[in-house]
Design a protein. Structure first.
Length: 299
């Protein structure tokens, strides 16, 4: 105990850390089982008996997403009591879990409206699983940013969080529609969703990069939008305007960087025709790197 005291860690703080960690582990475990319950399958059978890689990727995305959200719920500051700490951590954790599930449902119905995501994942479609996992992680990055932006633990706080979350989901769908339009224009009107359903993994990896990049850029909004829990309309307008500006800026920068870094390479041919996973992975890395740089500069 002397060692921890020398580091400035009191017994009260250690107990709070134990509370937070215990609640986090319980919620992560719950998320794993929710994956199976939500599609009426046994998660253990899918993961360990059938060796369903797609289900594993989807589950990994959900678990990682919840872990990201929980980092936004943990402030690092001790609450006024153990009960308040437990209630706050549980409330934010459960709210984050619910938002992740809502986000995935919204993405399934609106972004992936041409395919049945759950059926394809149960059948082992890795491409759809990659998009699903990336959408969950992107949603979690956004939720975490909003949790850190908001303050206190009131009804108005949750309204403010949900408002920003709703805007982010609309922007993810808009991003998907823009990517679909570009894909159709290069492939004689073909559907990007049907290509993903057909198992084009390279296409899924590239699209995942765009979703993660948009989520990371969304993070910068918390540095510019002043938190006011009672300004419902103001919050919606602020997040909406900033999201559109960031999406446009990010798209232009990613296009420019890819043309410079991957000069002389026909990206559409390599990814969409030849299904070159290596090139798609580089594209994904560049998208995320640009978003991280943009977010750091704006912070």
């Amino acid at each position: 105990m002397t060692f921890f005291q020398d580091l400035g860690i009191t017994s009260e703080l250690m107990f709070i850390l134990v509370i937070d960690l215990t609640i986090a582990i319980v919620l992560l475990t719950l998320m794993r089982y929710l994956q199976g319950w939500s599609v009426n399958v046994n998660s253990r059978d899918e993961l360990a008996v059938k060796d369903n890689f797609a289900f594993g990727i989807s589950t990994a995305g959900a678990v990682m997403a919840l872990g990201i959200v929980l980092t936004g719920a943990i402030t690092g500051e001790a609450a006024s009591s153990y009960a308040v700490e437990a209630i706050g951590m549980t409330a934010y954790g459960l709210f984050g879990l619910i938002l992740i599930k809502i986000g995935r449902w919204f993405h399934d119905k609106m972004a992936l409206n041409e395919v049945c995501k759950n059926d394809l994942i149960i059948k082992g479609n890795v491409s759809i699983a990659i998009v699903d996992a990336s959408a969950a992680i992107a949603t979690a990055i956004i939720i975490r940013a909003v949790l850190l932006w908001a303050e206190d633990l009131t009804v108005n706080t949750f309204v403010a969080i949900f408002s920003a979350f709703a805007i982010s989901q609309v922007m993810l769908v808009l991003l998907t529609r823009l990517r679909e339009k570009r894909y159709a224009g290069r492939n004689q009107g073909a559907s990007m969703q049907q290509a993903l359903a057909a198992g084009q993994t390279a296409l899924a990896i590239r699209h995942a990069g765009y979703m993660l990049a948009m989520a990371l850029s969304f993070n910068a909004a918390s540095h510019f939008i002043i938190y006011n829990p009672e300004a419902y309309i103001g919050n919606l307008i602020g997040w909406s305007m900033f999201s559109i500006i960031m999406l446009a800026t990010l798209s232009l920068l990613i296009t420019l960087v890819k043309k410079l870094v991957l000069a002389t390479i026909n990206l559409a041919e390599e990814v969409e025709k030849q299904q070159n996973i290596g090139i798609a992975a580089v594209e994904m890395a560049l998208s995320v790197a640009v978003a991280l740089l943009l977010t750091a500069l704006m912070a």
